[in-house]
Design a protein around this ligand. Structure first.
Ligand code: CP3
Length: 358
């Protein structure tokens, strides 16, 4: 068997690594691969607001394809945002450049929870159109659909925007446990609808982003958050696509992040993958975990760190190479392309002993 892509996304290296099956080489993609590090993205987005771009099938398709064409990554990630289902439901949110999502009327009371609008699935026709178009264009390259996990979405709704400590969110969680549970339940329904729509239109894998879950203790995460993230995955029913679950700073939560229903646990750069594999346990693959800041360093450092991540990733049942969090805006896109080539080069012969190196 030689390195080139398999014939169908369901049999791609990404899907196979997620399931712990043999691969032709370690698959690579980057969180936030579509976006600000690419000049062609900035050009295409000029004059269009982020959340308008996320509802335009032509722009979604082109922006999603840009990094696949440029870097030769092993998967596309659907161009959208975690707050999009809330926006489509009618919540007043704007994504401010350089800041992130800003909510006009933050959720601060029990009444605010109960008046939060539900997402009507009929409003997601544009999403279905965009996914179908993308899947047709991508051929054998898998498309990863995604959604925000209920906790991370709740932090934006309650804080009103990005925050470091998420103190208001945690205070609400402790002070209003019933309203908290209703809020996370509502969010799990809309994220689940968002994911299901992408899978039914042809996405080959899904990733649930619980970016800020690492601010919680394991006990609070297990009791007050995990059941709602599990509900998002459960909403996929028996749809046969691998499930990736990711958060930042989740070293202490890793076994629980897996327990919420993941085939693959995403790991940030704080923990080496061999240690992460021990914490997650045998039945799951890992995704990660090059520090995005390393890509701003010299080439020798980049190569050394890529080699280290590839080596440590061998401890996992399956390894999907990625960064430990999203691509930083100042990253030179040429370095991303180089990382894809290096990971492929390093893993092609060892994964397939009968194939000589490229
Ligand atoms: O390649 C991809 O991953 C593209 C799709 C994507 C975006 N956002 C596009 C985007 C995905 C998967 C996301 C997820 C997302 N959005 C998360 C989870 C991932 C993570 O980074 O932890 C979170 C927390 C958000 C909320 C959000 N949206 C933030 C924090 C920001 C950054 C604000 C900034 O400009 O620094 C956004 C905006 C956003 N989402 C941009 C893109 C391409 C930048 C918008 C622009 O071009 O102006």
């Amino acid at each position: 068997m030689s390195a080139p892509a398999s014939a169908s996304p369901a049999d791609s290296d990404l899907v196979r690594a997620a399931r712990g099956l043999p691969v032709s080489r370690t698959p690579v993609w980057f969180m936030r691969q579509a976006g600000r590090s690419l000049p062609e993205y900035r050009e295409l987005r000029a004059g269009t607001k982020m959340l308008d771009a996320c509802q335009d099938p032509d722009l979604i398709t082109e922006i999603t394809l840009q990094p696949v064409r440029r870097h030769g990554v092993d998967a596309a990630i659907f161009f959208s945002d975690i707050v999009l289902p809330l926006v489509v439901a009618g919540v007043d949110i704007e994504i401010k450049p350089g800041v992130g999502p800003v909510v006009a009327n933050p959720v601060r009371s029990v009444a605010d929870v109960d008046t939060l609008p539900d997402l009507e699935p009929e409003r997601l026709a544009f999403l279905e159109t965009a996914v179908r178009r993308l899947v047709a264009e991508l051929g054998a390259t898998p498309l990863i659909g995604f959604a925000g996990a209920p906790f991370t979405l709740a932090t934006y709704l309650i804080e009103g925007g990005p925050s470091k400590e998420h103190a208001r969110t945690k205070a609400f969680m402790y002070a209003e446990p019933e309203a908290w549970s209703r809020l996370l339940q509502k969010l799990s329904v809309s994220s689940s609808t968002f994911l299901r729509t992408q899978v039914d239109a042809g996405a080959s894998a899904v990733q649930l982003f619980d970016s800020w879950a690492g601010v919680l203790s394991a006990a609070d995460y297990a009791e007050r958050v995990l059941p709602h993230s599990r509900a998002v995955f459960d909403g996929l029913g028996d749809r046969d696509v691998p499930r990736i679950h990711f958060g930042v700073g989740t070293g202490e939560l890793l076994p629980l992040i897996g327990d919420a229903g993941a085939d693959v646990v995403g790991v940030d750069w704080r923990l080496p993958l061999d240690e992460a594999a021990r914490r997650v346990g045998p039945g799951r693959s890992l995704q990660g975990n090059l520090d995005p800041a390393v890509l701003l360093a010299d080439r020798e450092t980049v190569d050394r760190e890529v080699r280290r991540v590839v080596e440590q990733g061998k401890a996992a049942r399956g390894h999907i190479f990625n960064l430990g969090h999203g691509v930083l805006p100042d990253t030179d896109p040429g370095v991303l392309t180089h990382v894809v080539e290096l990971v492929h080069e390093l893993t092609v012969s060892s994964a397939c002993p009968t194939t000589p190196g490229e």
